[in-house]
Design a binder for this molecule. Structure first.
Ligand code: DQA
Length: 145
């Protein structure tokens, strides 16, 4: 099973950005965690990070017909991007939304999630472990060939 992990703007700054909110582990630690889970669970996982909305739309489109599941943390674009929502709907790949922080208990402007409208599950406030939970959810639901 192939899983694409997409991270939006500033996720590459993990470990540096607001450690009280996002933790002290850096983006490389997230990449290492994804690789470890993939190996343990027998998944093929690819990570993509971009600070650019259009690049994220392009990557979702490229996944059409080639990826069995998407784990996406659109970061700030969660709350603004209808383009990412439309791309997820266009490809119809099962998707899980992940947020490192507990977005539900943060500012009002973080309370809407456009991308989440095209995701079948949402994991928030679990730190980078949320990515593991999302990968395992997709494997359990869609990975049994
Ligand atoms: C985030 C939450 C977003 O509101 C924020 O803009 C981010 C990261 C998270 O993982 O908690 O950049 O998606």
């Amino acid at each position: 099973m192939k899983i694409l992990i997409i991270n939006g703007p500033n996720i590459n700054m993990l470990g540096i950005r607001e450690p009280g909110v996002y933790g002290t582990q850096n983006y490389q630690a997230l990449l290492d965690l994804v690789a470890k889970i993939a190996e343990e669970e027998g998944l093929e996982a690819e990570c993509f990070q971009s600070n650019h909305e259009g690049a994220i739309v392009d990557r979702i489109q490229e996944a059409y017909g080639k990826t069995d599941g998407i784990v996406i943390n659109p970061a700030a674009y969660t709350h603004t991007s209808i383009a990412i929502l439309d791309a997820l709907k266009a490809v119809s790949i099962p998707a899980v939304e992940v947020h490192i922080s507990d977005v539900d208990n943060r500012e009002d402007f973080r309370q809407i999630s456009y991308a989440g409208m095209a995701c079948e599950k949402r994991i928030a406030g679990q730190g980078i472990d949320g990515y593991r939970q999302a990968m395992i959810y997709l494997k359990e639901k869609y990975g049994k060939a």
